[in-house]
Design a protein around this ligand. Sequence first.
Ligand code: FES
Length: 205
Amino acid sequence: MRDKEDERVDGSRRTWLIATTVAGGIGGVATVVPFVSSFAPSEKAKAAGAPVEVDISNLKPGDMMTVAWRGKPVWIINRTDKMLADVQKADKEVADPQSKNPFSMPEPDYTKNEFRSRPDHKNLFVAVAVCTHLGCTPTPRFQEGAQPNLPDDWPGGFLCPCHGSTYDMAGRVFKNKPAPQNLDIPPYMITGNTLVIGKDEKGEA
Ligand code: FES
C-alpha cells in the first residue's frame, strides 16, 4: 500500500503540499481519492481557519483522504471493523491510551472514547496529520505484521518517516518513541455525507 503524497518541509516553518493522497484498504486495493479542491470557503478563508466541508460519500471502508484545514493536512479515514479491532489490540502498547495529554488543541469531548471518534460514526477517523515530535507528516502503514521499519507484531497504523515515531489506527503514539503525544483531533461534525472540519455543535474552532 502506498500513498502519493508530496511533502515539503522547510526549516523554520513546516509547510506541505499535497498532490494526491491515498491509501487503499486492506488487501492492497488502492483507491485514488483526489485531493479535495471544492471546499465551500475560499482559499484565503481556509488559510485563516474557516471550517472546510468534505463530501465523504465515496470514502469506502479502508480508504483514506487528506484535506487541508488551517494550512495543515487532515486525514479522514473510513476504518474497517478490523482496524477498530487493531485499535483495541494496541491499547496496552500506546503511551497515552486515553489521550489525557493533548498536543496543540483540546480533544473534543465526543472523541474521548477508545476509538477517538464520534460514537455514532465510530469508524470515521479524523486527525491532524502532524507528528507531535517535530511536525513531519506520518505515512499510512495499515497492513499488519512484519515489514521494514516496524515490529513483527505491528497492528497497523502510521509511521513517521523523520524519526520513526509510530501511531496506531486512532492516532495514538506508541510507547518509547520520539513523539510525546497523540495526534490532534480537530473539532468536526457530520451531516449526511458531508464532513465539516473545524466546526461542531459548539461552534467554530
Ligand atoms: S517528526 Fe515525527 S518522529 Fe520526529
